[in-house]
Design a protein around this ligand. Structure first.
Ligand SMILES: Nc1nc2c(ncn2[C@@H]2O[C@H](COP(=O)(O)OP(=O)(O)OP(=O)(O)O)[C@@H](O)[C@H]2O)c(=O)[nH]1
Ligand SMILES: [Mg+2]
Length: 337
């Protein structure tokens, strides 16, 4: 799947239709009064979140959204039709900025959330409204108002409850594939995962949480090594981080420190999130493996995606954290990365 997490688009709402200047003309009614109808409203442009979407890819192909103007008013008090509204679907977690001021207009984190982003111009009033006792035949009607138009920057920060972090090959994609319906590519070479994947983990009946698998991180990622740290923005809104380290790692403690170091360089706030360490691939662990105590207050859970060891405990633990906390929703305004 292709993945795009920033885009710019232009939205233009429709202008209002003109009001009409017209006078009633009927047989036997020589001097009919003004009967010019109103113009229709221009089409609005809306943004709406769609939880099926996980990328801004569509906007690489289409980046102009222009709504129709309202129809002009007509005689016989006929109001023009409104221009049709346009609704643009975006993934949950899309941050909308004004491209000129870079100010955040909205952070669309909710499911099925709607936002009127560009308002259609009001239709002008027809001359039927302007008759007064002293001016019974107004030859005047209002023009329609302009529709709003603006350039938007969109940045996606995926909405997930749990973020998986680890070196390449740590088993992140394998884990998400065994505890959710997500089917990411899995292979025994580094950087198999090139874009984030989301998976919904079902927990008992009617409960679930969202897990994000992102590309692996290596020492020096903050200087651009490997795929760099750009994908870490997609775990910024999670409630908990699961740090995955393979049981056959040459040095579990050193790997842990490296990962925390890279997280810190990207965003210190990531270290404020609760985290647990998941030691993966226990089925191939050497018999004398002793998992070191890493940090006070940080739980370490051994698992194996192959044998199923520890998966139930892991889900229990993640659910406990996820259900007890609210997601960190506020993005920091630091521009597009
Ligand atoms: N024996 C064993 N192998 C595993 C286990 N989990 C993952 N693997 C293997 O480890 C290799 C890497 O797994 P991935 O899930 O692709 O690792 P990843 O962390 O997503 O790697 P990147 O996407 O490259 O960052 C694959 O060959 C998997 O089959 C496990 O529990 N036991
Ligand atoms: Mg992977």
């Amino acid at each position: 799947m292709k993945f795009v997490d920033s885009a710019s688009i232009f939205v233009q709402a429709g202008d209002g239709g003109k009001g009409c200047v017209s006078f009633r003309r009927e047989k036997f009614v020589p001097k009919g009064g003004p009967d010019g109808g109103d113009g229709g409203r221009g089409g609005h442009v809306w943004l709406r979140t769609n939880s099926q979407l996980t990328t801004l890819l569509d906007f690489k192909y289409k980046n102009k959204y222009i709504a129709l103007r309202g129809v002009h008013g007509q005689g016989a008090r006929k109001t023009g039709k409104d221009g049709a509204d346009i609704v643009i679907d975006v993934p949950c977690g899309t941050i909308i900025r004004n491209a000129e001021s870079h100010e955040i207009i909205a952070d669309l984190t909710g499911a099925e959330q709607e936002l009127l982003i560009a308002r259609g111009g009001k239709g002008g009033r027809g001359n039927q409204h302007f008759a007064t006792p002293t001016r019974q035949a107004p030859r005047y009607a209002e023009p329609g108002q302009k529709g709003e138009g603006l350039l938007l920057e969109m940045e996606l920060r995926l909405m997930a409850d749990v973020g998986l972090v680890g070196f390449p090959n740590a088993g992140k994609s394998t884990l998400i594939s065994v505890i959710s319906a997500a089917k990411p590519k899995i292979a025994d070479y580094p950087f198999t995962t090139l874009v984030p994947n989301l998976g919904i983990v079902r927990y008992e009946e009617y409960k679930s949480f969202v897990m994000a698998d992102i590309p692996g991180i290596i020492e020096g990622a903050s200087e651009g090594k490997g795929l760099g740290l750009q994908f870490l923005r997609h775990i910024e809104r999670t409630k908990i981080l699961a740090i995955l380290i393979a049981a056959d790692s040459p040095d579990i403690a050193a790997e842990y420190r490296t990962l925390l170091g890279e997280l810190e360089k990207f965003d210190k706030g990531l270290l404020d999130k609760p985290r647990i360490v998941v030691v993966t691939k226990m089925d191939i662990a050497s018999e004398d493996l002793e998992i070191p105590a890493l940090e006070k207050g940080v739980r370490v859970l051994p698992i194996s995606a192959v044998s199923g060891l520890g998966l139930k405990e892991l889900k229990d633990e993640l659910w406990r954290e996820v259900s007890g906390r609210t997601r960190a929703a506020e993005p920091q305004d630091e521009g597009l990365g």
